[in-house]
Design a protein around this ligand. Structure first.
Ligand SMILES: Cc1cc2nc3c(=O)[nH]c(=O)nc-3n(C[C@H](O)[C@H](O)[C@H](O)COP(=O)(O)OP(=O)(O)OC[C@H]3O[C@@H](n4cnc5c(N)ncnc54)[C@H](O)[C@@H]3O)c2cc1C
Length: 466
């Protein structure tokens, strides 16, 4: 918002004429708006209760990075990370992965570009109250949008993060429990760290502690579930690599008798990774992990698998079936927020709102950008819904299969539209694009042939197994 009009004081209600009110300036709202304004003359009001764009990244822990390539993240108009490869370190040769400050800076630049169009207004620190009304959390001023303005719900899948979610266990008065964000602020090393959580945040915390020289035996990892994770080396914006991985996945899915067997096959092919080969994972949110991280994680032997932690007292962790002793001065690191969300799938286009959700399996930024493009280029909501149906995030193995079945079917539907195919091939967020000028090769041909041959049978098999 540029400037404050005199009538915008507490309690006063103004009206803003806009075609769209986008609620949430996280990756979903930014990617939707960017594609919408690039392909139409729409006027957009973008609101967020936070003080700037970027969503949960504003409150992320300082050592977080994208788990996958920068090129797959952000908005369609502006490549994050410039397509650079990492030159040094254990991931040399892989695409770069942006840090928290890089992501937040990127979204600031993307917002500036949007504002320059003169068709986008941004209202930070502003809460959407429902009923087409927004209230400033700072001045109390309110505005409403007319009935003709479409509401875009770009917060439907906003993840919950430890910095903003209390620990899901009781904390005794003398226990030392901190959210992962506070880990780098410790002033004195404890004799033991207890990391609580099974997902990407917990793996990041463990890798960070080990990288700071903490003895693996000084880490106790409370891991209620064991996760399957994609091998980062294969989730790369390089068509031969990505499509080769997708072809292997479809071929394996077509020939597997159970989801457990499928994941083991994918592990043999080095597509999926698990931390402990003696434990069958039940969790499949499938972030990416690098093999150097895997090696680090495997050095932690004190893993507590007793379900969810109920409470923490000084020197003791309590579970449903009993207690585990830890050091008196142990620091318990809360990495146990839900992260990804699993609300019911709803049609993207409904009269009450456009609800931004992933369309192809995973890759939420691509889904949001595609939704913006389709909204800009089509008028009939039924047609838009037929073209782009939503796909959920994975959590369990069955959920992962559902994500792939729905996401792949949806990809087939939108790819049948020539203009979407052309648009998608120019957008780096799209993991299956083959950019103009990308060299032909037998590896790429083979991947395409196998995808053509196995996708149908794989979807049938996955639909049966899920
Ligand atoms: C640590 C972490 C790492 C991740 N890494 C990746 C990755 O590498 N690649 C990937 O594809 N995905 C990743 N994800 C998955 C995640 O889905 C994406 O990061 C994506 O950024 C989520 O964006 P969002 O816009 O849906 O949610 P958010 O970023 O949470 O944005 C939603 C916004 O809506 C605002 N809001 C909510 N309600 C209101 C209201 N009533 N009024 C006004 N504003 C409101 C919130 O303030 C928030 O800023 C990661 C997630 C986490 C937690």
């Amino acid at each position: 918002m540029d400037g404050v009009s005199p009538e915008c004081h507490r309690g006063a209600m103004t009206r803003i004429d806009a075609d769209y009110l986008v609620v949430g300036a996280g990756a979903a709202g930014m990617a939707f708006t960017d594609a919408l304004v690039d392909h139409s003359d729409a006027r957009v009001v973008l609101v967020d209760r936070r003080s700037g764009p970027g969503g949960h990244w504003q409150e992320a822990y300082p050592f977080v990075r994208l788990h996958q390539s920068s090129a797959f993240y952000g908005v369609a108009s502006t490549l994050l990370g410039g397509g650079r490869l990492q030159e040094h370190g254990p991931e040399a040769g892989l695409q770069e992965r942006a840090s928290q400050s890089e992501i937040v800076g990127y979204f600031d630049r993307v917002l500036a570009r949007m504002l320059q169009t003169g068709r986008v207004d941004f209202h930070p620190n502003s809460e959407y109250d429902g009923d087409r009304t927004v209230v400033s959390r700072i001045s109390g001023a309110r505005f409403e949008v007319p009935a003709s303005c479409r509401i875009v719900d770009a917060r439907y899948l906003a993840p919950s993060i430890p910095a903003e979610t209390p620990p899901p266990f009781d904390v005794g008065a003398r226990a030392s429990v901190l959210p992962v964000n506070d880990l780098p602020r410790l002033e004195e090393a404890p004799s033991q760290y207890v990391v609580v959580g099974s997902g990407k945040t917990a793996t990041d915390a463990c890798v960070w502690l080990l990288g700071r020289g903490v003895d693996p035996d000084a880490i106790c990892w409370v891991r209620p579930r064991d996760p399957w994770m994609y091998n980062r080396a294969l989730i790369q914006p390089d068509p031969a690599i990505f499509l080769g991985m997708a072809a292997d996945l479809m071929q394996s899915a077509a020939g597997s008798a159970s989801l457990e067997e499928l994941f083991l096959r994918l592990e043999e092919q080095e597509i999926m990774l698990r931390i402990d080969r003696d434990v069958t994972p039940t969790m499949a949110k499938t972030p990416t992990l690098a093999t150097w991280e895997l090696e680090h994680l495997r050095t932690i032997e004190d893993v507590v698998r007793r379900g969810h932690l109920r409470s923490v007292e000084r020197g003791r962790l309590t579970f449903a079936d009993g207690s585990v002793e830890v050091a008196d001065d142990a620091v318990v690191v809360h990495c146990a927020a839900d992260g990804l969300k699993y609300p019911p799938l709803v049609p993207v286009w409904r009269p009450e709102a456009i609800t931004v959700q992933p369309i192809r399996s995973g890759f939420p930024c691509f889904g949001a950008a595609l939704t913006g493009y389709v909204e800009a280029t089509r008028t009939d909501d039924d047609e838009k819904n037929r073209t782009c149906s939503p796909s959920p995030y994975g959590d369990s193995l069955a959920g992962w299969a559902r994500m792939n079945v729905l996401g792949t079917r949806s990809s087939m539907a939108f790819s049948a539209e020539a203009d979407i195919r052309e648009w998608g091939n120019g957008v780096a967020l799209n993991p299956v694009r083959v950019p103009d000028g990308y060299p032909a090769s037998p590896v790429l041909d083979d991947a395409r042939e196998r995808l053509a041959a196995y996708t149908g049978p794989a979807l049938e098999r996955l639909a049966h197994l899920m």
